[in-house]
Each structure stands twice: as C-alpha cells, then as structure tokens.
Design a protein around this ligand. Structure first.
Ligand SMILES: Cc1cc2nc3c(=O)[nH]c(=O)nc-3n(C[C@H](O)[C@H](O)[C@H](O)COP(=O)(O)O)c2cc1C
Length: 201
C-alpha cells in the first residue's frame, strides 16, 4: 500500500514515503538491516552529545519480544501480534553536566528514533512508534533503573497487506494522512505570525 505524503513542496523520497503502518508481514528482519536501524540512531545529534537513548530489542516472539508486547495497550496489541521486531526506546534521564534531570533526554531520544525511522525506509522496512504502553510494567520486566525512562515502543518490519487487518483497523490504515499547513507552524517576527516567505507563496 502506498500512503506517500502529499507534499506541497519537494522533499526527499525516504521521508515522502514514510508512514506508520499497522499491517506488517510475519517475516523476520535480517540482522544486518536491524543493526543499521540502531547505527542510524547512534549517529543522531544530542544535547551535549549525551546520547541518552537506549534500546531493548525483541525479535520473532522471543522472551524480550513477549515482554515488550505484554506492556502494550490493548488497542496496540491488536495489530502487533505478527510484528517481527519490537523495540523499547528508553531515555537516560541524568545530565552529566550537573547530575540533574536532563532537559533534553526525551527530545534526543525522539530524534534518534526519527533517524531510525528514515533508515528503516532505506532498508526497505517500516516502523510504527507507540506511546500506548505501560512504562511501569516495562521498568519492572526489564529491571530498568530509576535513572532511565521508557518512552515508546517501536514496531518494525516489512509492510504487510492492510486487508489482513480487522475492519476497524483497516479503516484507520486506509485513512487519508493529514498535516497542518506550513503557515500554521512556521513563524517569524512573533510567535504565531506566519513567516512572509510562507505567506507569499
Ligand atoms: C510518540 C508517538 C506515539 C504514538 N503512539 C501510537 C500508539 O500508541 N498507537 C498507534 O497506533 N500509533 C501511535 N503513533 C503513530 C501516530 O499515530 C502516527 O505517527 C501519526 O498518526 C501520523 O501518521 P504517519 O506516521 O503515518 O505519518 C504514535 C506516534 C508517535 C510519534
């Protein structure tokens, strides 16, 4: 299925073709491709180069996969049963700068996952991030220390056929992708004032 972004201006092909599917093939992901996802995340930028991202990876219904799966909200479990790779993204909270809580660990970890998402496209894979999971349960199951915070679960694999989904999920899968306009998000002068170069086009 093609849910290419209907861009008003040209962007790179990987970003244009990226979207978050719910139908994945029940097919293992090759190790070298999987490693590239983490390599891309590793080379992401971060505040003070603190690299606060950590990842716990489960594959093909192994014990780690089952534990990550068990943390998912019901609505997410519904479509993750056949996803070959589940990744728990964890942020390390403490700043080495002053030992306090970093102001950037969530931002940085999200950015690393964004890099992973684009690399997935480069490897012929798709990812779907999820906030619908229990961080408390994840901490318990994986002995995650207080210095860290589970942030998202990421489904990864080859894209599957939307027709294999339940009726309700199929509707969501086929839904049109929408975005705010550039004039709503790009400002200059004061916050909320659309940048003239956006307005003039
Ligand atoms: C932080 C975050 C949390 C999300 N949580 C969920 C979730 O729990 N379940 C789900 O089905 N999708 C989830 N999504 C996917 C979004 O719904 C999706 O990215 C958004 O609708 C835009 O669609 P697109 O990624 O296909 O462009 C999440 C995405 C992000 C970035």
């Amino acid at each position: 299925m093609n849910k290419q972004a209907n861009t008003v201006f040209p962007i790179n092909e990987l970003a244009k073709n990226r979207w978050s599917p719910r139908a994945f093939l029940d097919k293992a992901v090759e190790t070298d491709k999987l490693i590239s996802l983490f390599e891309a995340a590793r080379w992401s930028a971060s505040g003070g180069n603190e690299q606060p991202w950590r990842f716990i990876v489960g594959q093909n219904h192994d014990e780690t996969w089952q534990n990550i799966f068990s943390t998912l909200a019901e609505g997410n479990r519904e479509w993750n049963e056949h996803v070959p790779v589940l990744i728990l993204a964890v942020g390390y909270k403490i700043s080495s700068w002053d030992g306090g809580i970093s102001g950037y660990f969530q931002y940085d970890t999200g950015q690393a996952v964004a890099h992973m998402t684009i690399e997935a496209m480069n490897q012929g894979l798709y990812v779907h991030q999820m906030g619908g999971f229990s961080p408390e349960k994840a901490c318990e199951l994986f002995d995650i220390p207080d210095t860290c915070q589970p942030l998202t679960v990421i489904a990864a694999g080859y894209i599957g056929d939307a027709l294999t989904l339940t009726e309700k999920l199929k509707q969501r899968e086929l839904q049109e992708r929408t975005r705010k306009t550039l004039s709503e998000i790009v400002f200059s002068g004061k916050f909320g004032e659309t940048a003239p170069f956006i307005n003039n086009i």
